[in-house]
Design a protein around this ligand. Structure first.
Ligand SMILES: [Zn+2]
Length: 77
């Protein structure tokens, strides 16, 4: 039987740039190599779901209109 040394750092490839990174508690961005790569990956995900949701421009226009209306109604003149 072989004894597994669990304290030995595991090496993984960053999903974003494929750079080899150590999977350790010292790396808060694991499995990514850096904060930049993690943000890039999250950004790609958000971008995709945004597109799948559809009509993002319409939603923003609606929100603007609602905010403008709330502004007028909420203001005691
Ligand atoms: Zn990376």
């Amino acid at each position: 039987m072989t004894t597994q040394d669990t304290s030995r750092p595991l090496e993984v490839a960053c999903p974003q740039c494929r750079k080899k990174v150590l999977w350790s508690a010292a790396n808060p961005y694991r499995p990514f190599c850096s904060k930049r790569c993690r943000l890039l990956d999250l950004g790609a995900w958000a971008d995709e779901s945004h597109r799948i949701a559809g009509e993002p421009a319409m939603d923003e226009t609606d929100l603007d209109a609602l905010l403008a209306r709330a502004d007028q109604d909420g203001e005691p003149s």
